[in-house]
Structure formats: structure tokens, C-alpha cells
Design a protein around this ligand. Structure first.
Ligand code: NI
Length: 404
């Protein structure tokens, strides 16, 4: 990315608040917690909200927190969301505030996202009048893909006119905000194929049904779904990441298990991939006399930023960093993001915050050496503050909200 960014991100919020956000981010980074175990993280969030006299509910979907700033009118509510959880990764950054929990690391920037939303909470609390209520959603379990649906089930979207969220992104320079209409993240589902053949002596294959051979044919046949059955204009991926079978070199395996993941941007393609995997797996099994079971574990749908909420996000981004620092993605990220679940229920927009230090090649998210330029904390806090104000302004000018 060759874009030169002229704005100085830290000037977007006052120095005292910026220092506070850096401190809390480093504290969360030092003490990461896995999905659904974000207890200490929730305590830190609660303590910050207490300092700014912002009312909140704890224990929402286990470890989540929902805070709300009242408006002059009852609704529509502007919702802002962050994720709280870390990953099972052994940190190798060498940072002075590196994880103190062996095998657990904030390798996806959720420590930063949480600090950003707290920054926005502080900025919103300073506003003398907010037209509509603002709800701050501190969501657990994003990495499992089940955090957002659990928060939806807990009722956090009640009365919401639009929801906004964002992610740090190493592909863009710090100081930029990336606002893209359309699909920005792929759907993400898993599947497990269990093959039951007949084990036997390696020297007598005619007495056995070899699950390794059946599984191997299945792996190759499944590769033809994306290459031969899906319109190449609609990006999709099927990866088999795990193949378990066999016990010894001279024993024919009677059982095999394949595990994989499916990514797609379009819902019809996503459904087609699932149907085809089942059809091919069962057919290959039948062809060779093996019993086959296919199980799907549905994750997040694709994340689709719709027009009106995206226009609000773009307006807010321009007001935050200036139009020249508002960028667009040229292709969707094929990773999943459970924010997509919120957009099944209410309008909203998911943005990316450029987080790469100038002149540096950043390590990817989920890597043991992942880090980001902390100045992005100021960008995120200022954006979330501004997007709440911009949504209220847009809705008020239209007379009624909820058309985000
Ligand atoms: Ni993430």
C-alpha cells in the first residue's frame, strides 16, 4: 500500500485520554483471556465505565458488557461494538507488555478494539446532549463465531437503528479508515466427514475397505467443487485442513476423518458448497462401499455493508481523518467476522482501521508476532465517537431514524 497519509492520528483525541487508552490496551495485552473467559477484561471495562459514570449491565452472554448513554429522545439507538477475546497463541513479539499468560495472546487486536470503544465512551460521555441513545457492546467469544449471536439472543439489538464496528488492518497505514460498501468478509463454516470402511491386513486389501484411499479420493473430488461448479466471479474456498486415519504401516485403516472449512461471499454459493460437499462425499463412499457421514458446523454468514449505514460510516470517517485518508478495500477479506450476525437483524457497517507503521511490514493477525501501531487507538476512538454523532444527525435530518 503506497498511500501517503498526512494526518497525525494522536491529535484526534486529547493526550490525556490517548495515554489512558494506551495504558488499558497494554494492560489487556499483558493479561489476555480466551473466548468466554473474559472475566478480568470485563472488570477492566467496567472500572473504566465507572470512572466516566456510564451505566452498564454485566454478565450479558456470560462475560459481555452492555453500556448505554441516554439520548434526549428514546430512539433509534446507535450501537457500537467491540470484541474482547484473545487467541490460543504463544506470543513471540518480545514487547515489554507481552502476554504473561503462556499460550494465550491478543493476536487479533481485540485489546486495541476494546480500548478504542472505551475511548469513544469517554468522548461521548463528555457530550452535553445526545439526541438518541448510544449502546456500547463489549462482546465476548468473537473467535468462536458464537459471541455475536449470543449477544443478539440476549437482546442487545433492541431498538437499534444501526450498529457499527471495526478491525485493525495491517494492509493499510495508520491514520486511514477503510470504508467499503458491499461484502467485506466471507462466510465461515466448518465440516467434518467421517468415513467408515473395513480395516484389515495391509497384504490383503481385497478383504478390506480402505478408508485412507476413500478419503484421498474424496479430498481430490471435493477440490472440483470450487473449480468446476462455482461461478469464478463469486469467490469461494473449500479447504480440508485435517485428515486423520490409520494406526500402523501394515494395517489398512477402517476409519478416516476429514475436517475442513468453507468460505464464500454469496449466500447461494455458500449453500451450494455445503450441498456439493455432502453429495460428493456420500457418492465417493458409495462408490467404494464405505459408510460416510457429513456434518456441518455453521459459523458466520458473509459480512455485507449496506448503502445507508455505509454512507454514515464514510461521513464519520471523513470527519475523523479527512477524505484523503478514507480508503476502500479492493477485494473482500475471505476471513470470517461474527459481526455479520448483527447485520442479519439491523443495518450497520464494519470498517477497517489502518494499523501499519510507516515503512514497516506487519505480521498478519493470528500470528505469534502480530502487533499494531498504537496510534490507531486514537483513530478508532475518534471514529466511534463521530459515527454515533453522524448517525444521530443523519436520522434527525430525515425526521425518523431506523432507515440507516
Ligand atoms: Ni479479530
Amino acid at each position: 500500500m503506497e498511500t501517503t497519509i498526512s494526518c497525525e492520528p494522536t491529535s484526534l483525541i486529547d493526550a490525556e485520554l490517548y495515554d489512558e487508552l494506551v495504558t488499558i490496551r497494554r494492560d489487556l495485552h499483558r493479561h489476555p483471556e480466551l473466548s468466554w473467559q473474559e472475566k478480568r477484561t470485563a472488570e477492566k471495562v467496567a472500572a473504566f465505565l465507572d470512572r466516566y459514570h456510564i451505566p452498564y449491565r454485566r454478565g450479558v452472554a456470560k462475560t459481555g458488557i452492555v453500556a448505554e448513554l441516554p439520548g434526549e429522545e428514546d430512539g433509534p439507538v446507535v450501537a457500537l461494538r467491540t470484541d474482547l477475546d484473545a487467541l490460543p497463541v504463544l506470543e513471540e513479539t518480545g514487547l515489554p507488555f507481552a502476554s504473561e499468560v503462556p499460550g494465550v495472546m491478543h493476536a487479533c487486536g481485540h485489546d486495541g478494539h476494546t480500548a478504542m470503544l472505551l475511548g469513544a465512551a469517554a468522548l461521548l460521555a463528555r457530550e452535553t446532549q445526545l439526541r438518541y441513545p448510544t449502546r456500547l457492546i463489549f462482546q465476548p467469544g468473537e473467535e468462536t463465531g458464537r459471541g455475536a449471536p449470543a449477544m443478539v439472543d440476549a437482546g442487545v439489538l433492541e431498538g437499534v437503528g444501526a450498529i457499527f464496528g471495526g478491525h485493525v488492518d495491517r494492509h493499510f497505514p495508520v491514520g486511514s479508515i477503510v470504508v467499503t460498501e458491499g461484502v467485506v468478509n466471507a462466510s465461515s463454516d466448518r465440516f467434518v466427514i467421517t468415513i467408515s470402511g473395513q480395516g484389515g491386513h495391509a497384504a490383503r486389501p481385497h478383504e478390506a475397505v480402505d478408508a485412507v484411499v476413500v478419503g484421498s479420493l474424496m479430498v481430490m473430488a471435493i477440490q472440483t467443487i470450487v473449480s468446476r461448479e462455482v461461478n469464478p466471479a463469486h469467490p469461494s474456498v473449500v479447504t480440508i485442513g485435517r485428515f486423520d486415519a490409520g494406526t500402523a504401516a501394515n494395517v489398512i485403516a477402517g476409519q478416516a476423518k476429514l475436517e475442513g472449512t468453507i468460505r464464500a461471499q454469496d449466500e447461494p454459493v455458500r449453500r451450494h458448497l455445503m450441498k456439493s460437499i455432502r453429495r460428493i462425499a456420500e457418492s465417493v463412499g458409495q462408490l467404494h462401499g464405505a459408510h460416510v457421514e457429513v456434518e456441518f458446523r455453521e459459523g458466520s454468514p458473509s459480512l455485507w455493508n449496506r448503502g445507508p449505514a455505509t454512507r454514515i460510516a464514510r461521513l464519520a470517517a471523513e470527519r475523523t481523518v479527512g477524505a484523503s485518508c478514507v480508503l476502500e478495500m479492493t477485494s473482500a477479506n475471505m476471513g470470517g467476522e461474527d459481526f455479520a450476525h448483527y447485520l442479519e437483524h439491523v443495518p450497520g457497517c464494519y470498517v477497517r482501521f489502518g494499523s501499519t507503521r510507516p515503512g514497516e511490514t506487519a505480521f498478519p493477525a493470528h500470528s505469534s508476532r502480530f502487533d499494531f501501531d498504537e496510534r490507531v487507538l486514537a483513530v478508532g476512538a475518534a471514529f466511534f465517537h463521530q459515527v454515533a454523532l453522524s448517525a444521530m444527525e443523519t436520522w434527525a435530518s430525515k425526521g425518523e431514524g431506523s432507515e440507516a
